[in-house]
Design a protein around this ligand. Sequence first.
Ligand SMILES: Cc1cc2nc3c(=O)[nH]c(=O)nc-3n(C[C@H](O)[C@H](O)[C@H](O)COP(=O)(O)O)c2cc1C
Length: 192
Amino acid sequence: MPAAARPLLLALLGSPCRDGANSRLLSAFVQAAGEWEVVRCSLPELKILPCLGCRTCKQNQPCVQHDRMPKLFQLFERAQALVLAAPVYFYGFPAQTKAVIDRCLPLWYLESQLRARLRLKRPGYFISTCASQRRGEFEVIARETKAFFHTIGFQYTQSLLVPGLDGKQAAQRLNRALLHARTLGRQLQRRL
Ligand SMILES: Cc1cc2nc3c(=O)[nH]c(=O)nc-3n(C[C@H](O)[C@H](O)[C@H](O)COP(=O)(O)O)c2cc1C
């Protein structure tokens, strides 16, 4: 496929660990997605400031926080598919990733027409890991991801939730999960 015709896959790393489990799973997914043009972005490295809850954005005014969030909004709009990989931190997201999600509040306040344009049901994949062996550990983060994807115009298409990445069996479990991540990436590749 000519480079100019390749649709954009936005790959978001939500872990502050550059070479951790989620980073590896994200790489496996992206590699298997083949011909998509990929923009990979580490959310913690963007150092996005937290939402102050001032509702300035509700008045259609620019956010009072000045950072690289507008760049992210541009990527959300350009992307044809999204994959987010983030670990469970106390049932939720790492703080740096939660800050990005909260800063999506202006998208709630968009004019309905604009909102309809954003809600294109583009595919969104979610990858997450945790130390505990209990699958219930993902309950909150998965719900939050659904709301996040919905807000920025993606459909929660499929998830890969990997518990038990601690202790003796961790390496084995991660290897199995890497295979699953590749399967999901190939599934996205078939959408081209
Ligand atoms: C601050 C912090 C909080 C965590 N909270 C939980 C938790 O609530 N439940 C859990 O099972 N694991 C928890 N973990 C473990 C991580 O989810 C787990 O190690 C994950 O696989 C790390 O992924 P990464 O290597 O991609 O960063 C926590 C880790 C940290 C550093």
